[in-house]
Design a protein around this ligand. Structure first.
Ligand SMILES: [Zn+2]
Length: 344
């Protein structure tokens, strides 16, 4: 594969060493070879490919500083690590993940899920660190020179680079812009197949990888709310049992198994909760006794589980256990949220 591609992709030189442009067909072939190259130990190459396509979709700038790419890397890996808890591999923690863990997973910052809510000074510190560790001239396996390498060979088909920046070839920018939809699909497909080995229990892995910050609503629909309110159980907070009819309490619809694991708002998974419990629980997993409580409720109202089929109890248990296996933390309930009466 690579030698065939290598021959076809050989750069041609014109007058006075001037490099002629690559054709769009050549760029297609080369892009495919880059993605199919099997020696990845991290997904940086795919992240860079995604960045280049997204950049070309929106901009005509040929020159891109490494800081800008580092910022995009922070965003991509932030939601994989902090929101969806996607494991990168069983034995390697890429620098970008190490940086995210060191900077954001301790103290008060560990409670913040949205990258936009991180103070800019701390965010910029992380970007500088990623710039240094992933795009620094001394960094091992620097992704920018490695990007074009296909089995130890490579031509700078898409860009040239120096210590500060990459410079896209004009024809590469046009190619990436014109074909951004299929190119992104190819990237996400490769990214998913790379990560699925380390995340066998993770539902909707490909959708999570392709996620954009502005995507999707997790709010229940009107008919879901109506179905839930028809349940006797919805008269009290599912967790602490405070009366939901008390006007001083703000009612929330909580995803019992966190949305960021299921990536879906399923009626069987929704419970009515007071604001205190909902905020405190966030994207953690409630104790198993509550899972039993959910099964009892859903058994009483078969309409809620009609989408799950006959094996719905096993399916819910499987998702609950899968969520824990994927690293979602257990909820440590605040005293105020402790149930005021027996659970079931
Ligand atoms: Zn409550």
């Amino acid at each position: 594969m690579s030698s065939r591609g290598g021959r076809r992709m050989r750069a041609r030189y014109g007058r006075a060493g001037e490099r002629l442009q690559y054709s769009q067909e050549e760029l297609w072939r080369y892009f495919q070879l880059i993605l199919e190259e099997g020696s990845m130990t991290t997904t940086y190459k795919l992240a860079l490919a995604r960045f280049l396509v997204e950049h070309a979709r929106e901009s005509t700038d040929l020159v891109i500083e490494y800081e800008t790419i580092a910022e995009a890397f922070l965003k991509y890996y932030w939601y994989q690590e902090r929101i969806f808890k996607i494991r990168q591999s069983y034995n390697i923690t890429p620098y970008v993940i190490q940086i995210i863990q060191e900077k954001f997973e301790t103290g008060i910052l560990s409670k913040i899920r949205s990258l936009d809510k991180i103070p800019p000074s701390i965010k910029n510190e992380a970007i500088r660190e990623i710039r240094k560790k992933v795009f620094g001239s001394g960094s091992f396996g620097h992704v920018v020179p490695r990007f074009h390498r296909i089995r130890k060979q490579g031509r700078n088909v898409f860009y040239d680079y120096d210590k500060q920046k990459i410079t896209l070839r004009p024809e590469a920018l046009v190619f990436l812009h014109n074909h951004h939809v299929p190119l992104l699909k190819m990237i996400f497909l490769e990214w998913t197949s790379f990560l699925e080995k380390a995340n066998p229990m993770m539902p909707k892995l490909s959708a999570k990888i392709a996620w954009d910050m502005d995507d999707g609503s997790r709010a229940p629909t009107g008919s879901q709310k109506q179905m839930l309110r028809a349940c006797e159980e919805s008269k009290r907070c599912f967790y602490c049992n405070k009366s939901a009819e008390d006007t001083s309490i703000q009612i929330h619809y909580d995803h019992f198994i966190p949305w960021s694991f299921l990536y879906e708002t399923e009626t069987w998974n929704l419970v009515v909760s007071c604001q205190t419990c909902n905020i405190s629980k966030s994207d953690t997993l409630a104790p198993e006794s509550y899972m039993e409580k959910l099964l009892v409720r859903n058994e009483k109202y078969p309409k809620l589980v009609k989408d799950l089929g006959g094996e719905w109890k096993n399916e819910i248990k499987k998702q609950y256990n899968g969520c824990e296996d994927c690293g979602f933390e257990r909820w440590s309930m605040a005293k105020s949220a402790m149930p005021q009466q027996r659970l079931i």
